[in-house]
Design a protein around this ligand. Structure first.
Ligand code: LMR
Length: 399
């Protein structure tokens, strides 16, 4: 009867628990800026019209629900490689890329973590300070040791490039280094293309095993521009892990769609890596869910749908840019004295506001405004409707 006595209460998830609290809040004016989910100006997370069309085609042509292969649909693998690498680079790496269709980008990261722990000689994974709250758990769960490298200057709320370069130059050869490919989560502070090139050169000199977390392609500067870092690394000749997510850029959050790409030096390595990757997946979730991947595959494989999707992503991206400008303007028009201009330089859905945990709690308890305790906000959750109240709350908090 007492077998569960040994089970202690786990802490609530620092991001997803806030949405649970938000849902339970009876204040009709509550605002959720916690989890990274895009909403349009009417406060809705839309299903993209291309997704609706792809689902219609999938339903019309469905003939079976039999299993997918362990690493998913080969066509999906090839199309998602092309999306992140571009066709020239993808073709030049023929025979050197293994892809698994994974349940979300998180699934891809966890498969990578399990694969690294079991198959590679390193036991150390470096994460940026700060990083996405879930990274640490994903990599420490299989028993990898976590270390962190400097990235962000909390005083200026901007990338500290000099400290970052100094820190990464000290990372030993053969360690796994996780980098946010674009739209850094949680800070929104990204590397420029020239900085990416420099980091890729350092990585090559140091001989790391880089892992790029690519969850926001298209939300920063553009579908191809956001891939600059991934492509710079793919050209180095280093082994490379890329975890890709389609939650945000296809709006497929609940369908859990992603991919893990592993680039190796040659076809022989790829053959061995692919065999172990299959084993890792087979003993975890066996093979991936098909529906979300089918949607992405349908859109990427049809020129007309692909062009429409590019426009949809551009529209989401411009709304995020607009919201950043409007938020900074609203804060200044209500008389907030602190300079928030850094918000305009940040990329993607997230911004580090510089608010303390106490201030995040005060926003939640006094104003029903939900932000992550580390001060991260999802700017994509700001709408014309909630902006005035949000700005007033910041004024009340900061003066
Ligand atoms: C976030 O950081 O809010 C998103 O990546 C969603 C999540 O799973 O945490």
């Amino acid at each position: 009867m007492a077998h569960f006595d040994s089970v202690s209460l786990a802490p609530a998830d620092p991001i997803l628990s806030l949405t649970e609290a938000f849902k339970a809040d009876s204040n009709p004016e509550k605002i959720n800026l916690s989890v990274g989910v895009f909403v349009d100006d009417s406060g809705i997370t839309p299903i993209l019209p291309t997704v609706i069309e792809a689902e219609r085609r999938l339903a019309a042509n469905a003939s079976s629900k039999s299993y997918l292969p362990i690493t998913g649909s080969p066509l999906y693998g090839s199309l998602t490689q092309e999306l992140c690498l571009g066709s020239d680079l993808k073709n030049s790496l023929d025979g050197q890329i293994t892809t698994a269709q994974t349940p979300g980008g998180t699934g891809g990261l966890r498969v990578a973590a399990d694969f690294i722990k079991k198959n590679l000689s390193t036991n150390t994974v470096w994460l940026s300070n700060p990083t996405w709250a879930n990274h640490k758990g994903i990599f420490s769960s299989p028993g990898l040791e976590i270390k962190s490298y400097a990235y962000f200057d909390k005083a200026s709320l901007r990338l500290d490039y000099a400290a970052f370069i100094e820190a990464i130059k000290a990372i030993p050869a053969g360690d796994v280094v996780v980098l946010h490919a674009c739209c850094h989560n949680p800070t929104g502070a990204d590397l420029s293309p020239a900085q990416w090139d420099e980091v890729a050169t350092i990585a090559t000199e140091k001989n790391w095993i880089p892992l790029l977390d690519f969850a926001y392609q298209g939300f920063g500067a553009g579908i191809d521009s956001d891939a600059h870092g991934v492509r710079a690394f793919a050209k180095t000749g280093l082994p490379l892990f890329i975890a890709q997510s389609f939650s945000k850029n296809f709006g497929l959050y609940q369908d859990r769609v992603g991919a893990l790409h592993i680039i190796t030096a040659n076809a022989d390595e790829t053959k061995r890596v692919a065999s172990q990757l299959k084993l890792t997946i087979r003993t975890n979730y066996s093979n991936p869910p098909a529906h979300g991947g089918g949607i992405v595959q349908t859109i990427l494989n049809d020129q007309e749908l692909y062009t429409r999707w590019e426009i949809e992503v551009a529209q989401m991206r411009s709304r995020i840019h607009e919201v950043r400008d409007n938020f900074v303007a609203a804060l200044s028009s209500v008389g907030v004295s602190r300079d928030f201009s850094f918000l305009k330089e940040q990329k993607g859905m997230f911004s580090f506001t510089g608010l303390s945990q106490e201030q995040a709690t005060a926003l939640r308890e006094d104003h029903s405004i939900y932000i992550v305790n580390d001060g991260r906000i999802n700017v994509a959750g700001i709408t014309a409707d909630n902006l005035p109240r949000l700005a007033q709350a910041f004024k009340a908090l900061l003066g």
